[in-house]
Ligand binder design. Structure first.
Ligand code: ATP
Length: 231
């Protein structure tokens, strides 16, 4: 579904990625872990065309994304849930959802279907986003991603700032998306919650992929986990 092949991405003359390669299959959940500054967000930015890799290639669903503008990439069926949620604070939940609605070749979601996943969303439709909690904003951001009819959802630090119970809800949603045939790439520092819903994991540091394997293996193997992610 997604192939990131040996990309090198720079900010000005500062190199952030040194030949990073990752793959996400159909209906697969993959977590990308790593410490601050490892290059996780830059990998997402490179997939979305927000930072163009200087070399290497990115493809999705048979389309070459390298050098494609971001709006075209998203129309192919990639939805992004940014770490700062990026909802419009003065607009209510319903208007924010409407702004994310889009048709792609993948399954279309209706507002009612999204409310089935997040029953609490119904009460947020008429509320301005500036009056929502972190967990509520995350719900709006993930719902907006779904209304964009994605084949792949990129979740950047989805558990950041959320209570453990809400983190569990968010991760359960990822499992529901998988059951609906949607792939997810989760970028996280909160490793355990993400690993529990993931098929595979990549660990990166200083712009390079250090490890690739099954998520369960990392959960089960405490010495390997401590060595790679310090927990
Ligand atoms: N806008 C920028 N300008 C210059 N350098 C940047 C910029 N954004 C990131 N970097 C650098 O690129 C490298 C990778 O950063 P990136 O944000 O991708 O890491 P990350 O793994 O997402 O970390 P975090 O968990 O802190 O978000 C770091 O060395 C960082 O300092």
């Amino acid at each position: 579904m997604l192939q990131v092949d040996n990309i090198e991405t720079f900010y000005g003359e500062t190199q952030a990625l040194f030949g990073a390669s990752i793959e996400v299959g159909e209906a697969e959940v993959v977590t990308l872990l790593g410490p601050n500054g490892a290059g996780k967000t830059t990998t997402i930015r490179s997939i979305l065309g927000l930072s163009q890799p200087r070399s290497g290639r990115v493809s999705f669903d048979g389309h070459e994304l390298t050098h494609m503008p971001t709006h075209k990439i998203s129309r192919l069926g990639i939805s992004w849930v940014p770490d700062d949620r990026r909802v419009f604070p003065s607009l209510n939940g319903k208007r924010n959802l409407a702004l994310g609605t889009r048709k792609t070749r993948f399954r279309s979601w209706t507002e009612d279907e999204v409310i089935e996943i997040f029953p609490a969303l119904e009460h947020l439709l008429s509320r301005e986003c500036e009056n929502m909690s972190g967990g509520e904003l995350q719900m709006v951001a993930i719902s907006r991603a779904l209304l964009g009819s994605p084949g792949l959802v990129l979740l950047d630090e989805p558990s950041q700032g959320l209570a453990p119970k809400i983190v569990q809800d968010v991760m359960r949603t990822v499992t529901r998306l998988k059951a609906a045939g949607i792939s997810s790439l989760i970028v996280e520092q909160n490793a355990l919650a993400a690993l529990e819903v993931s098929d595979r994991v990549y660990v990166m540091d200083r712009g390079r992929i250090l490890h690739e394997g099954q998520a369960q293996e990392l959960l089960d193997n405490a010495p390997m986990r401590r060595r790679l992610i310090g927990m």
